[in-house]
Design a protein around this ligand. Structure first.
Ligand SMILES: [Zn+2]
Length: 171
């Protein structure tokens, strides 16, 4: 009889310690998850049209939320070749670095690659009787511009962006 009680006690304590361990693991995982969300550039930001309107200038709003296009050679950055980082004007997500910027001669800031794979997202755009690939901010969905296959090495891509969607920070 004593042996049985002892056995039950042992099983119970093992079960309890296993449970508490797995709880600790869960807590750790949750914490890791939260940390990752904080630094991830794909942590989505969703705001209403009204909120964006309040936050952005008229031109920034037209381009980023209404998929407008600024006139070529008029934006702030088509002719900027300083070293630094280009951020999303709407949510500050880092999008491009100056090292990947090149002079495409088209009047819009052009890059051959985004700063990271998840910093932007792609949508098929069939407006104006063309099929183009729209590029949007990976975090807030702001319209940035389009990507074409006539860029320079190493990617052969040309990310043709609107200055109005970007905010440049010099290094
Ligand atoms: Zn954004």
């Amino acid at each position: 009889m004593k042996k049985i009680i002892l056995l039950i006690a042992v099983i119970a304590s093992v079960t309890i310690s296993c449970n508490s361990q797995s709880n600790d693991n869960n807590k750790l995982n949750n914490k890791d998850q939260k940390m990752e969300n904080k630094i991830s550039d794909t942590n989505k930001i969703v705001k209403s049209d009204e909120e964006w309107k309040k936050q952005l200038t008229e031109e920034e709003y037209e381009v980023t939320r209404k998929k407008g296009t600024e006139r070529p050679f008029t934006g702030a950055y088509w002719n900027t070749f300083d070293k630094g980082t280009y951020y999303c004007v709407a949510c500050n997500n880092p999008l491009f670095v100056s090292d990947s910027k090149f002079d495409a001669g088209c009047g819009w800031p052009s890059f051959y690659e985004p700063i990271s794979k998840n910093s932007v997202e792609y949508h098929t755009d069939k407006t104006y009787g063309m099929e183009r690939t729209e590029v949007v901010c990976g975090r807030c969905g702001a319209h940035l511009g389009h990507v074409f296959d006539d860029g320079p090495p190493p990617t052969g891509k040309r990310f043709c962006m609107n200055s109005a969607s970007l905010r440049f920070e010099k290094k």
